[in-house]
Design a protein around this ligand. Sequence first.
Ligand code: SF4
Length: 377
Amino acid sequence: MTEWGLERIERIFIDSRVRDSELAKRVCEIFDTTKIEWVLSEPLAELQGDLSVRDFEASKQMLFITEFKGAFFKRCPGARPGLTCCNYFVLNLGSQCNMNCSYCYLQSFINSPVMKLYANIDRALDELKQIGRDLHDLPLRVGTGETTDSLSLDPVTLFSRRLIEFFKDYPKWRLEFKTKSSQVDQFVNVDHVGNVIVSFSVNPNAVIEHEEHGTASLRARLDAAQKCRAKKFEVAFHIDPMIWHPEWRESYRELVRDICERFNPEDVNVISVGALRFQPQQRHMMRERFAAQSWVTGAELFTSRDGKLRYDETLRQEMLKFVVDEFRQDSHDWRVFLCMETPEVWLETMQGMPKSLGNLEQMFDHGVTRKVTAECR
Ligand code: SF4
C-alpha cells in the first residue's frame, strides 16, 4: 500500500472571505483550477450532521479552505478524571484527515461533509501569544494532531513552517507534530531552537496494511524520522493503538527492533504506548466501512471507565508490558510511557506511576495543566 497523495483530492471549495490568505493562494497554485470552486458559505450544508458512511468517505476527498471562528487552543481530550494524563494541549488547524484508519476516532466526531483547513492561522498564533504573556516560561506541550493529521497535508498548508518560526520565541514550550505520513521535507530545513518534536504514530507493517489505509509504510515513517533527527529536531514515537492480531508478539517485537536499530534512546524524546480504544458510537460506521478486512471491528471489547471500548484489562496489560519490556531489554534509557491508561494498568505495566518514574516527572506535572487551563477559560 502506498501513502495517499494530493491527487486523491477531487473537489476544493474556497471560502471567498479568505481569498487573500496565503493558504488560498497556495491551493490555487498547487491544484488544477477545474477542481476549485469559490463559495460564500459552507458547501454541501444539507449534509451536515450525522454523516452517512458514503458521505464520510467522500469528505476525505473534498477540501474546504475557510476560517475558524472558535478557540484554536484547547486541552487534550485525554485529560479526564480516572485517566493518567501528560499536560498536553492541542491547536486545531483543520478537521478530518485524507488518510483512512479503521479505528480513527474522527468517525465519531466529524459532522461536516468536507475536510477543512483553516486559513486564519494568524489568529491561532495571536491566541498563543496571548497565552504566552503570562506562561512564557512554563514547559507547555502543544500538539496539532487532534482533529487532523499534523503533516499529511502540510506540503499544501506549510503550517509547520509558521509554527516552528513562532515557537523560536518560546524556547521553553514544545511544539509537537503527530503524523502517520512521511511528509517532512517541507520543514526539515527551517531553523529552530530545539523545541519541536516530530512524533510518528507507528505500528507493525501488518497492522498498517490491515488497518491504516493510505498512510505511509513503517519504513517511510522511520526514514522521515531519521531525516528529522539529522536536522536536530526531537523525534518521538507513538506505538498506538496497539492492535491484537494472531502474530501480534512477533509483529511488535520486530517493530521495537526496527526502532532500536535505527535510533538510540538519546535520539528519541519519548515513546508512548497505548492499546486500541474508541467511542462505542463509531462502531457501527467502522463495521460498515471495514468489517470484512479489519482486526478491529470484530475484536472483543469492553466499556471502560471513560466510556470507551477497550480490550479487557488483562490483555491490555499483557500487550503494553510486552512492548515496554522489549524496549527495556534493549536499554533502560528508552523513555517509554503509557497513553490514556488507568492508574491500575500503569502500576502493573510500569511498576510505578509517572511521577515516581524519574525521567517523566515534568511531563506529568499537573501544576502546569492547571495554570494553563485557568488561563484558557
Ligand atoms: S492518520 Fe490519524 S486522523 Fe488520519 S485517519 Fe488515521 S487515525 Fe484518523
